[in-house]
Design a protein around this ligand. Structure first.
Ligand code: HXC
Length: 517
C-alpha cells in the first residue's frame, strides 16, 4: 500500500479544522437555536457541488483583549464562488460560531476580495449575514473594515446585483451593509436588524423593547420597509434568494435569463373583461389582474406587506423577466402616499439597473392629501417616483386600467416621462382631477349664482365625466397609444416588449444625477 504523503494528510487536517469554524460545541449551539451553519447554508443556496472556497486559512491578526490566544481558521466568514441555476455568483456566509460572526479587518479583507472578484467578472454578489456587527476587540480596525465593505456596496451598486440574506442578529454594521444592497431577505423569528440594540436604547432613551419588536422580520417587512422578502425557515429564505436572482441580469450590460414559457404568450383572459366594476368607486383586487396577465405562477411580489396600496414584483411574460408596478385599489383606493412613493422608486430603479423591463398598471385617484403627508415631505418623496421613471431606460409599457388622475397619472409611467407604449382599458378615467372636485373649482361662480345649484352641479359633473372620465379624450390628444380590451392585455404587452427588446436609450453625460431622497 502506498504511504500517504504527510503534507497531504496535514492539508486534510487543516481543511477539516477550517470546516469546524468555532468548534463542535458552538456548532451544536447554533443548531440548538434552530440555525444552520455557514457551510450548510451555502449547500442550500448554490447548485450542488459548485462551491469553491477562497482564503479558508485566514485568521485575525489582532492581539487585543484576549485575541492573541484564540485563532479560528477562516476568521468567521466562508467566502468563494459557485453557481445558481448554472450562473456564477460570488458569496460570503458569516460564521456565527466564530466570535458571533463579527467583523474585523481580516474578515473584511475576505469579503472585499469576493466583492472585487464579483465586480471584475460582472456576476452577482450574495451575502449570508449572521453577525454581532463590529468585532469589539479589534476596535477602530473593525470600523475601517466595515467602511471598506460599505464603499464597495455603494460603488458596485447598479453594476452587479447584490443580495443580502439575513439569518441571525444583524447589529450595527451588519445591518448597514445589507441596507446598501439591492434586496434584503429575512428569515422569520431568527433574524433581526438594528443599529443600536435594546440595551443601548434602554440606557439612552429609557425605552424598553425586545429584539424582535425592535428589528424583527415583521418590523422590517411591514413598518420600516427595509426588507424586501421574508420566509419562515432558513431553507426557504435561501431558495427565495435563488428565485429572486433568476429575474435579474448578472450585471448592468447583460439581459436577465430567459426561461422558455409554459404559458401561451397569446393567451387571452376573458375574465379580465369583467374585472373592473362599473361603479368606479368599487374596488377590485389588482393581484387578480397581475396573475392573469403574467406567465402563470411566475409573480414574485417584492415588499408584499409594506405600503400595500401599491404592488411591486418580478414576473415573467413570454418567458422574459419583467418588473410589475401596480396600484392596489383594495388598499386606500390605490392612492400614492410617502410609503408607496418609496416602494415604487426603489423597485423601478432596481429593475432599471439590471435590465428588467417595466410594466406599470395604473389605477390611482392621486397623491394622498393631508397635513401629515405634506409635512413629512410628500413633494420630495413623490418627486422620486418622477425621477425614477424618467431616468429608467429599460423598455417601459403602461396600462391605465381605471383611474389616472392628476399627479398620479403623470408619475405612473406616463407617456411624456418616456414610456414607450401606453395602453388604456375602456374603463380608464384620465383627467386632472375627479369630476366633483373639478366642477367645484371651475364652476364655483356659476354654481353660486345658480337658482338650483344642486341640479346644476349634477349636470356639470355629468358633463365633465362624459368629456374626461374615459380614455378617448386622452387618446384623441395622443396621450394613449391604443385602447385595448382587458382580455388582450397579456398578448399586447408581450408584443410590445418584444418590439422594444433592442431599445437603445442614451442619457446626457454627467457625473451622476441628484435624486431627491
Ligand atoms: C466580539 C462578539 C460580539 C462583538 C457577540 N460576540 N458580539 N464578539 N464583538 N460585537 C461574541 C460573544 O462574545 C460570543 O462569544 C459569541 O459572539 C456569541 O454571542 P452570544 O452573545 O453568546 O450570542 P447570542 O446570545 O445569540 O447574542 C448575539 C448578539 C449579542 C445579539 C449579537 O452577542 C450582542 O448583542 N452582541 C453585541 C452586538 C453589538 O452591539 N455589536 C456592535 C455593533 S456596533 P463566545 O466566545 O461566547 O462564543 C457596529 C459598529 C459599526 O457594528 C458601525 C458601522 C457604521
Amino acid at each position: 500500500m502506498v504511504q500517504e504523503d504527510p503534507r497531504i494528510l496535514e492539508l486534510r487536517t487543516m481543511r477539516e479544522k477550517a470546516r469546524q469554524g468555532g468548534g463542535a460545541d458552538r456548532i451544536q449551539k447554533q443548531h440548538d437555536k434552530g440555525k444552520l451553519t455557514a457551510r450548510e447554508r451555502l449547500d442550500i443556496l448554490l447548485d450542488p457541488g459548485t462551491f469553491n472556497e477562497l482564503e479558508p486559512y485566514i485568521t485575525h491578526q489582532g492581539d487585543e483583549l484576549g485575541l492573541a490566544s484564540e485563532h479560528y481558521l477562516g476568521d468567521g466568514v466562508v467566502t468563494g464562488y459557485g453557481q445558481i441555476d448554472g450562473r456564477t455568483v460570488y458569496v460570503y456566509a458569516q460564521d456565527f460560531t466564530v466570535y458571533g460572526g463579527t467583523l474585523g479587518e481580516m474578515q473584511s479583507h475576505k469579503i472585499c476580495r469576493v466583492m472585487d472578484l464579483a465586480l471584475r467578472n460582472g456576476v452577482p454578489m450574495i451575502g449570508l449575514i449572521d453577525s454581532g456587527g463590529a468585532r469589539i476587540q479589534e476596535g477602530i480596525r473593525a470600523l475601517g473594515a466595515y467602511a471598506e465593505i460599505f464603499r464597495r456596496n455603494a460603488q458596485y451598486s447598479g453594476v452587479i446585483p447584490q443580495i443580502s440574506v439575513m439569518l441571525g442578529p444583524c447589529a450595527g454594521g451588519a445591518a448597514y451593509s445589507p441596507a446598501l444592497t439591492d434586496l434584503i431577505i429575512m428569515v422569520e423569528r431568527n433574524s433581526y436588524m438594528f443599529l443600536t440594540g435594546p440595551e443601548v436604547i434602554k440606557a439612552v432613551t429609557g425605552e424598553r423593547i425586545d429584539p424582535e419588536s425592535l428589528g424583527g422580520t415583521e418590523v422590517h417587512m411591514a413598518v420600516s420597509g427595509t426588507a424586501h422578502l421574508s420566509a419562515p425557515t432558513e431553507e426557504e429564505a435561501l431558495l427565495l434568494c435563488r428565485r429572486a436572482l433568476g429575474y435579474l441580469a448578472s450585471n448592468n450590460v447583460e439581459n436577465p435569463p430567459f426561461t422558455p414559457p409554459a404559458d401561451d404568450p397569446l393567451r387571452m383572459d376573458e375574465e379580465l373583461n369583467a374585472i373592473v366594476p362599473l361603479d368606479s368607486s368599487t374596488p377590485y383586487d389588482m393581484h387578480d389582474v397581475i396573475e392573469r396577465i403574467v406567465d402563470q405562477g411566475t409573480f414574485l411580489e417584492i415588499q408584499p406587506v409594506f405600503a400595500r396600496n401599491v404592488i411591486t414584483g418580478f414576473a415573467r411574460m413570454g418567458g422574459h423577466s419583467v418588473g410589475i408596478v401596480a396600484q392596489q385599489p383594495m388598499v386606500m383606493a390605490g392612492v400614492i402616499d410617502i410609503g408607496a412613493s418609496d416602494k415604487i422608486t426603489r423597485f423601478v430603479r432596481t429593475c432599471d439597473c439590471f435590465n428588467v423591463p417595466l410594466v406599470t398598471l395604473v389605477d390611482s385617484p392621486g397623491f394622498l392629501p393631508g397635513i401629515d403627508q405634506e409635512h413629512a415631505g410628500i413633494i420630495r418623496h413623490g418627486a422620486k417616483v418622477l425621477y425614477a421613471y424618467s431616468e429608467a431606460t429599460v423598455p417601459k409599457v403602461s396600462v391605465i386600467t381605471r383611474k389616472g388622475y392628476g399627479g398620479a397619472y403623470v408619475v405612473m409611467s406616463s407617456k411624456y416621462l418616456g414610456t414607450d407604449v401606453n395602453y388604456a382599458w375602456p374603463s380608464a378615467e384620465i383627467a386632472v382631477m375627479g369630476a366633483e372636485g373639478a366642477v367645484n373649482i371651475v364652476y364655483r361662480r356659476q354654481l353660486e349664482q345658480s337658482t338650483d345649484p344642486v341640479a346644476e352641479r349634477e349636470r356639470l359633473v355629468a358633463e365633465y365625466r362624459e368629456k374626461f372620465n374615459n380614455p378617448y379624450y386622452a387618446a384623441r390628444n395622443g396621450y394613449i397609444d391604443d385602447i385595448i380590451e382587458p382580455r388582450e392585455t397579456r398578448p399586447k404587452i408581450i408584443a410590445a416588449l418584444a418590439a422594444l427588446r433592442d431599445k437603445y436609450a442614451s442619457a446626457p453625460p454627467r457625473k451622476h444625477g441628484n435624486m431627491p431622497v
